[in-house]
Design a binder for this molecule. Structure first.
Ligand code: SF4
Length: 270
């Protein structure tokens, strides 16, 4: 039960808000099961590739070309051995990812400003998410940006994707996480860098090793739609209720066998 007179804080993390928006019930189930339980090897490989990309892009800060890729790979030889019989595969993946990242950055003509940056909003109710959402409820937005770069007067927020899925430009703009990243860049990062000549903030996802990139500049309509999902997540976290929401991925949901909403629809279809 929500007690209106108390002041409570809920943290909305960019890495979680999209999964909650898809279906709060599935989000809760996955959280309870733990990320590691669902995709151990994939998660380990993804984390390692992100570390390699971070180290590589760190040397690009201020517009540098980045370290020598072969040297960087060689310097991680012992780490590759820790993957046992998969060492050669992981090494090949990492090499391809770094060459791909270099090609992406060259193509974008971006100057790297920061790498793997954790950003956090003030604990105070923030402009886009007034505390009137739930009386006494304060929100804190958090997120980690893989690369923050500058292209002319555009601040580019790049998220490396090591998996197979990449959204379209439109669906990237519609993700609530895109609004969280935009907000954090504007109200946390740019507050520390007031001299940067930024006119526009652009959200981008770059897949490695394909080098495919999608990007979006948010409009008011997309912002308003994402605010609804962010508010909903804050309220659900606060009330500890996570209702099911039908979506295009229900057929692949690991808990659809026990989901009343899904089972009801499946029953009606026959
Ligand atoms: S089957 Fe669909 S509605 Fe049910 S929990 Fe899974 S994702 Fe949510």
């Amino acid at each position: 039960m929500i007690v209106a007179s108390q002041t409570r804080t809920q943290i909305i993390h960019a890495s979680k808000v999209d999964r909650h928006a898809l279906c709060p019930s599935r989000y809760k189930a996955e959280l309870s099961a733990g990320r590691g339980a669902t995709c151990g090897q994939q998660l380990e490989d993804g984390l390692f590739l992100h570390q390699m990309l971070r180290d590589f892009c760190s040397t690009m800060k201020g517009g540098g070309l980045g370290s020598d890729i072969d040297e960087l790979i060689e310097s991680r030889s012992r780490r590759f051995h820790s993957f046992g019989e998969r060492a050669a595969d992981v090494r090949a993946q990492a090499t391809a990812a770094l060459w791909s990242a270099r090609a992406v950055m060259d193509r974008l003509g971006a100057t790297v400003l920061d790498v793997e940056r954790e950003l956090c909003s003030s604990r105070m109710p923030v402009a886009i998410l007034p505390d009137a959402v739930v009386a006494g409820l304060h929100l804190m937005l958090k997120g980690r940006l893989d690369v923050i770069a500058l292209v002319d007067e555009t601040l580019l927020l790049i998220d490396w994707k090591t998996g197979h899925f990449l959204p379209t430009d439109d669906s990237l703009a519609a993700l609530p996480s895109s609004l969280v990243y935009e907000f954090l860049a504007r109200h946390a990062f740019l507050k520390e860098h007031t001299s940067l000549p930024v006119e526009t903030i652009e959200i981008a996802q770059a897949q490695v090793p394909t080098g495919e990139t999608v990007s979006a500049v948010l409009g008011d309509e997309q912002r308003e739609a994402s605010k609804v999902f962010i508010r909903e997540m804050a309220i659900n976290l606060d009330a500890r209720t996570f209702p099911a929401r039908r979506n295009a991925r229900c057929d692949w949901c690991p808990i659809n066998g026990e989901c009343e909403l899904y089972q009801g629809d499946v029953g009606e279809a026959f």
